[in-house]
Ligand binder design. Structure first.
Ligand code: SAM
Length: 484
């Protein structure tokens, strides 16, 4: 290791930047985050640099550099666009024993700047000793997405409660366990969400548990994992997965998503084949409570979004009734993901003003809804869990006055490698599902098509239109929906 990484205390120290152009500006953007005294020396100064001075005052000397500028400097940046001047600055600084960095001139520098991930006061510095800055940038990009935006708040808040915890819990083992629970669990989430009263409540709960030498109380996060494609989970979901002790996993969650979880996390699979299996839902509720009461951080992984046909309310009530805190992490729901995957907008200015999501199945059997409102002009909707009840939908919608050629798009296994898209019309809905062998999971879009949006369907769309049945699906709304 030729370059030794250190963090330098620049509070109230003099830092000199020679140059007033883009290079100097780039350094200043970082340096203005510090509490150093900054001086820029340059005959000409860019507007952006002067703008920066408004946000965070520093000195600008509009003249040529002279050696006396180095007096009292703790650090020097030679950042002019004149290589000769930069070399002169570097030589003078080195002669006085002042660390100097020449931008784009490692040979004249005696320190180099790392790539930085800034979550003040947590700062990650990444260096490659100048060999491959692109690698440093790649690591930085990964860390930027991995570390929550407000991660620094967690460190600041931890600093603020350190003394309180030290006084409340004297046993070092218990203290360490409590810190782990706070920093990886719900307390941290409250802090990240900017909810100080939630964080205080959670701190009190954990301190009480520690005083009674009880197991720290666990928590449950209901996490929407999106439609299946692993990249379609949120950063927040990923962060929860990384800290969870127990994963309670739904049938439709892609196993690839488990790669984001800790290897030692306990995995409990609780797939429901059919909607409305009450006994199984009770068992899931009991599992969540049981695992959280052991002190575990439980991640309840659900397909799509937990609040869309996800029975989240039942799980939240059961968990809350047991005195366990619960948070919800939104996910991309199947209808939106499937629509995006096949390039099908779900609303259209002037044509589709209302987009509804409907479940095709319920505990009581096929659903009954206000059919006439669904076939009114300007409506479109997505049916979830509708593969088995497609014939019921077809009959009810036609009876309510929907046009037989209302466009239908069926997306099966949306966003996954085995995704299929079938396009047909309402009168053929159930036949298309049977003949094309659609078994689900699938979203059935009613009243949406590409033509109405001025788009052409992707090539992979399978058109289901048996010859005897007449014209292909028309563009929607004016032609397809009842105007009665
Ligand atoms: C119990 S619901 C759960 C919905 C989920 N909470 C959401 O927001 O997407 C299950 C239904 O979602 C739909 N679904 C889930 N993932 C899907 C996918 N990848 N492609 C198509 N439909 C999907 C299917 O209609 C499936 O029967």
């Amino acid at each position: 290791m030729r370059y030794f990484p250190i963090f330098l205390d620049l509070d109230d120290r003099h830092v000199l930047i020679v140059g007033g152009g883009e290079k100097a500006l780039q350094k200043l953007r970082l340096l203005t985050k510090t509490t150093a005294r900054l001086t820029v020396v340059a005959e000409e100064v860019e507007d952006g640099l002067a703008d920066l001075q408004v946000q965070r005052p520093f000195t600008i000397l509009r003249r040529d550099f002279n050696e006396s500028d180095l007096d009292a400097a703790a650090l020097v940046f030679a950042a002019s666009d004149d290589p000769e001047l930069d070399r002169r600055v570097a030589a003078a600084a080195r002669a006085k024993g002042i660390p100097v960095n020449v931008v784009d001139g490692p040979a004249d520098s005696n320190f180099i700047m790392p790539a930085i991930v800034d979550r003040d006061p947590v700062v990650v510095a990444i260096g490659t000793e100048g060999t491959a800055p692109i690698l440093a940038r790649e690591i930085k990009a990964k860390l930027e997405s991995w570390l929550p935006a407000h991660f620094g708040r967690v460190a600041q808040s931890a600093g603020a409660i350190r003394q309180k915890i030290g006084e409340a819990i004297t046993d070092p083992v218990l203290r360490r366990r409590t810190w782990e629970t706070l920093l990886q669990g719900l307390w941290r989430q409250f802090v990240l969400n900017g909810d100080p009263s939630g964080a205080d409540r959670e701190l009190t709960r954990q301190l009480d548990a520690a005083r009674n030498e009880a197991t720290p109380v666990g928590s449950v996060a209901l996490i929407g994992c999106g439609p299946g494609e692993p990249d379609l989970i949120t950063l927040k979901a990923q962060q929860h997965l990384q800290s969870a002790d127990v994963l309670v996993v739904d049938r439709l969650v892609n196993p690839a998503i488990m790669e984001y979880a800790r290897r030692d996390a306990i995995r409990i699979y609780v797939g429901k084949e059919r909607e409305g299996d009450a006994a199984l839902q009770d068992e899931i509720n009991r599992t969540l409570v049981r695992e959280a009461l052991k002190g575990h951080r439980v991640a309840r992984l659900k397909g799509g979004d937990a609040f869309v046909f996800g029975r989240a309310a039942e799980e939240m009530s059961a968990v809350r009734a047991a005195g366990i805190p619960v948070t919800v992490v939104p996910g991309i729901t199947a209808a939106h993901a499937c629509a995006a995957s096949v390039g099908l907008p779900v609303t259209l200015r002037t044509k589709v003003r209302q987009f509804t999501v409907i479940t095709g199945a319920s505990a009581e059997g096929p659903v009954e809804v206000d059919w006439s409102s669904l076939v009114a002009p300007g409506q479109a909707f997505a049916i979830y869990m509708g593969v088995r009840t497609a014939e019921h939908f077809r009959e009810r919608l036609l009876a309510a006055g929907a046009q037989p050629d209302t466009p239908i798009v069926i997306v099966e296994n949306g966003t996954l490698s085995n995704e299929r898209v079938v396009s047909t019309r309402l009168s053929l809905l159930a036949r298309a599902i049977a003949d094309k062998g659609i078994v689900g999971p699938a979203i059935i879009f009613v009243g949406l098509d590409w033509a109405s949006a001025g788009l052409t369907p992707p090539e992979r769309v399978e058109l289901y239109e048996p010859a005897a049945q007449g014209a292909a699906p028309q563009s929607m709304i004016s032609q397809t929906h009842s105007t009665a």
